[in-house]
Design a protein around this ligand. Sequence first.
Ligand SMILES: *[C@@H]1O[C@H](CO)[C@@H](O)[C@H](O)[C@H]1NC(C)=O
Ligand SMILES: *[C@@H]1O[C@H](CO)[C@@H](O)[C@H](O)[C@H]1NC(C)=O
Ligand SMILES: *[C@@H]1O[C@H](CO)[C@@H](O)[C@H](O)[C@H]1NC(C)=O
Ligand SMILES: *[C@@H]1O[C@H](CO)[C@@H](O)[C@H](O)[C@H]1NC(C)=O
Ligand SMILES: *[C@@H]1O[C@H](CO)[C@@H](O)[C@H](O)[C@H]1NC(C)=O
Length: 307
Amino acid sequence: MLFIFSCILLHLASLTIAQTNLLDHNCPNDVGNYTTNSDFQRNLNSALSSLDSNTQIDYGFYNLSVGQPGPDQANVIALCRGDIGVDECQNCIGNSLAKILQVCPKQKEAFGIADTCILRYSNKSIFGVMEDNPVYILYNVDNATDVNQFNQGLQTLMTRLRSTAASGNSFQKFATGNETAGFVIIFGLVQCTPDLSELQCDNCLAGVIRVIGQLVGSQGARITAPSCNLRYEIYRFFGVTPATIQLPASPSPQSPSVSPPPPPGKKRNSARTIIIIVVSTVIVAILISCLFIYLRIKKPKERVESK
Ligand SMILES: *[C@@H]1O[C@H](CO)[C@@H](O)[C@H](O)[C@H]1NC(C)=O
Ligand SMILES: *[C@@H]1O[C@H](CO)[C@@H](O)[C@H](O)[C@H]1NC(C)=O
Ligand SMILES: *[C@@H]1O[C@H](CO)[C@@H](O)[C@H](O)[C@H]1NC(C)=O
Ligand SMILES: *[C@@H]1O[C@H](CO)[C@@H](O)[C@H](O)[C@H]1NC(C)=O
Ligand SMILES: *[C@@H]1O[C@H](CO)[C@@H](O)[C@H](O)[C@H]1NC(C)=O
């Protein structure tokens, strides 16, 4: 009993870790670096903390700009997966911005990918600009049984989702769906940042869909570019998407307040974390042995990055 209980706890712990770590990140060294207490750092911290404390936006897309246009302006974009609620979205963004400042401590440009959100910032303007590079691929090492049939179904699904997402509105460009391919049902999701035009979104998605071709017959993958992304699996991984996207009461997101910023990034998921911490030392000992068993059983997912 205790053993099973421990394994459940461990699984919960690994889920929490997966949730709070970035899946990937990119901070180019050739764009420019900033120093502590520089104007850029002040603008960035201000933008990130307004993002973190925002309670007005409920459609999962945040774009903020702090400072005068030029080398010290901080432009920030955050995008949550279209099917998650505002609380989960804020959790994901809060965790991601804390992490991104750790892994990209001085670069003026950064791109972080988390499980259900992405975060970007730069000193150049990034709103309404389609960016399909770099592309990050996370794929399942297990292949489909009938690769040809699978890929055909996948292409059909992606083509359909791409046009649905591209024709979305300026608050959300997102689509999910499924397609039967032989004995399996493929579940797919595509999304663009909604600041893109229909054509920009369509082009961006065409690019990430093309990358599927590199995977041969993988059963599942996430392909993420700064402006758009896709995911497919042979199980349902997304929630119910409202048939009609709920538009916010105020049509345009407010500009950020430039008040002295608290250091961004609060610890969230406290309830879950507490459950994990309140474990007696006896269970911890079992947990460690369980960890070894778990790691041996768990099949690692491989990751490939390409630019
Ligand atoms: C920024 O810092 C990195 C790491 O210290 C360095 O390699 C890079 O050349 C710097 N970039 C610029 C533009 O100075
Ligand atoms: C961003 O900062 C870098 C380094 O300070 C600078 O070379 C570049 O011109 C800036 N970009 C813009 C759009 O101001
Ligand atoms: C999946 O297919 C690729 C390419 O054919 C192959 O290299 C890989 O080993 C396969 N994976 C598994 C788990 O069989
Ligand atoms: C597949 O999508 C259709 C709508 O296009 C939906 O009615 C159906 O429930 C979905 N199937 C599964 C297994 O989710
Ligand atoms: C943020 O995006 C919204 C919707 O796409 C747009 O109306 C607004 O002008 C953008 N804000 C900034 C600061 O660019």
